[in-house]
Design a protein around this ligand. Structure first.
Ligand code: SF4
Length: 87
């Protein structure tokens, strides 16, 4: 039986400007400089694309404050991936 992987999650940062009591990222300390390097993000997005994964969810921390967010989304679009953010 062949199984298709349709999507994946990418943790691109650890920072967040909130402190929700239920936060799954609490143990990571919300480190504002702990951002995924753009080179690693591109390698992983290329791998996702090669595997046929078209839907990528960007998580963190709070991914919308990641300094590389725009570049990551732009590269994902080049690879024909659909992205959305989720924290
Ligand atoms: S990462 Fe999400 S759950 Fe955690 S503090 Fe920020 S908004 Fe709240």
């Amino acid at each position: 039986m062949k199984t298709a992987i349709k999507g994946g999650w990418l943790t691109i940062n650890r920072a967040c400007n909130l402190r929700c009591s239920w936060c799954y990222a609490l143990a990571e300390g919300f480190n504002p400089v702990d951002n995924m390097e753009i080179g690693l993000a591109k390698k992983l997005l290329s791998l996702f694309s090669d595997l046929g994964m078209k839907k990528i969810i960007l998580i963190g921390g709070e991914p919308t404050i990641c300094p590389n967010l725009i570049e990551i989304i732009s590269f994902a679009r080049e690879k024909k991936n659909t992205t959305r953010t989720c924290n």
